[in-house]
Design a protein around this ligand. Structure first.
Ligand code: SF4
Ligand code: FES
Length: 247
């Protein structure tokens, strides 16, 4: 019976390491432990210098994404048992610069989220006295799956296009744009289309679909991008055939 497991953990301390290295740790094996439990065990009992992000421990905050044996996962949802007999290799999310150990730089992702205007845009708000904007269950169902995103960036770590072309706006940001475009209360579609129709937007996607395969929340960014391509192409034809429509 397995009682301990070896973890090979990516370490990079910029003030002392010329380049990254892997450090081995032996941790207890417990059937109910996830990879994050093993990292917390290391931090609490073996090596307090290990750096990584986490918060909720329940697949909600999106901060604990890492590569485990080469696959991007939420470490609070990845049971150690799945990776036996080990060793289990834990690395920072691929395709992002490393700040320290397992902590990656998120600025590029945050900038792209802001770019797509992830909020409800109204041409004109109705007076408060007229009450809230109501939606039918069918209208809610149109965008609901895209609203499940927790911004964990796992889809960016799995996306070969983002790996080769960091300017690509990327799966989660485009799925989030669709979350608002498909919301019956939103009137900002044309503003987002201008951003997403750029070279680094929807057209950069080559439909590998790994983003959807790895998403821990069941979001389907690949579908969002393909739907948006239809919208982008339709709007382009409209602008050619009906130029007055853009005036
Ligand atoms: S789409 Fe899925 S994998 Fe991508 S950031 Fe959102 S929750 Fe994470
Ligand atoms: S710690 Fe919050 S999603 Fe894993």
């Amino acid at each position: 019976m397995t009682t301990t497991v070896k973890l090979e953990v990516f370490r990079y301390r910029p003030e002392e390491d010329a380049q990254p290295l892997y450090q081995n740790y032996e941790v207890p094996f417990r059937k109910d432990w996830v990879i994050l439990d093993a990292l917390n065990y290391i931090k609490d009992n073996i090596d307090g210098t290990l750096s990584y992000r986490w918060s909720c421990r329940m697949g909600v905050c999106g901060s604990c994404g890492m590569m485990v044996n080469g696959k991007p996962v939420l470490t609070c949802a990845a049971f150690m048992e799945k990776f036996l007999p080990g060793p289990i290799r834990v690395e920072p999310l691929a395709n992002f610069p490393v700040v320290r150990d397992l902590v990656i730089e998120m600025n590029d992702f945050m900038r792209k989220l802001r770019m797509i205007k992830p909020w409800i845009i109204r041409e004109q708000e109705k007076p408060l006295a007229e009450g809230e904007y109501l939606q039918t269950p069918a209208q809610l169902a149109e965008y609901k799956q895209y609203s499940m995103c927790i911004n964990c960036m796992i889809c960016y770590a799995a996306c070969p296009v983002y790996g080769l072309e960091p300017a690509f706006i990327g799966p989660a940001a485009i799925a989030l744009a669709q979350r608002y475009n498909l919301d019956s209360r939103d009137q900002g579609k044309s503003e987002r289309l201008r951003i997403l129709s750029q070279e680094e937007g929807i057209w950069a996607c080559t439909l590998v679909e790994e983003c959807s395969a790895v998403c821990p929340k069941g979001v389907d960014p690949a579908e969002a991008i393909q739907r948006y391509k239809v919208t982008g192409a339709t709007e382009w034809w409209k602008s050619i055939l009906m130029p007055w429509g853009n005036r």
